[in-house]
Design a protein. Sequence first.
Length: 330
Amino acid sequence: MNRKITTLFLMGAITFGFQNQMLAQTESKMPPIIDVHVHAMKVNPGFAAGDLCPWFLTSMPGSGPNQPAPSFINTDCVDPLKAAKSDQEMQDAIIDATKRLNVTMVVSGDAEIIHKWHKEAPDRIIPSIGVAPGMTVEAFRDSLSGGFYKVMGEIAPQYQGMSPSDMSLDEYFGVAEELGIPVGIHMGTGGNGMANITSPNYRASMGNPFLLEDMLARHPKLKIWVMHAGYPMIDEMIALMGANAYVYVDLAGLIWSYPQDEIHDYLKRLVQAGFGKRIMYGTDLMIWPKLLETSIGLIQNATYLSHDQKRDIFFNNAVRFFNLNEEDFK
């Protein structure tokens, strides 16, 4: 079976299973889902044509330094997911998906886009703020104190070749700790060829979950979640979560990019290690709206997870982590 047929079969099976659940619940609202990892960004018309095949890293491309750089994503499947072609198209798709799938999103990225989405669906969008280049600690504190932003993230020092425990970030984490703001930190993979094709300062070693330890020791009341679950460093991730009772993870990014067997093995290890109550659902959604259904379907069709474990990942764990009121979702 060639790769196109295989990918189409897998996508179809997952989508069919999820659509069956949706049809079965047409008479009542879908159970609530919280996506803790969504990016708001302006659609680049030049990049908007970049459609996407889920699990595109199933077969890493072979290449060499004197050959054309391999594509960061793969469209070698029968039915790739379509990218939004404009900011308005993306906004309309996002707002529709939040209502249709009963999803609430923690959204970081472009402030103008976040405000537009929040204006359209204030009960569905939880705004998150990062640390912009040149942003002072005082400006960061003022932004959080204003009340609009509820979360700090995505913090991604790995792309600058920095540890999350670097002291240049410490005062910002101190503000989040003081104000009781949860923090999302990128740890782990960034995709194929990140360091030598797209982000020259990126270092795989700076994604080691153990690098969080010094920062966590300095801020014992800071609540963080590790974005991308520290993939592929599962042993380090499990050890860190065992040592730090308030560290959670999300499954964003890897849930739709790496081989499905690899994703399930990683998730299964976390659950088997006893951390089913500290795993949160996330997509790393960017410009492909249908990634929501694709990612939700992967969890829904995980036969090794019980119904209660799926509900923990989709909803209960995020309610606990972000101190949300479950009654607001009924």
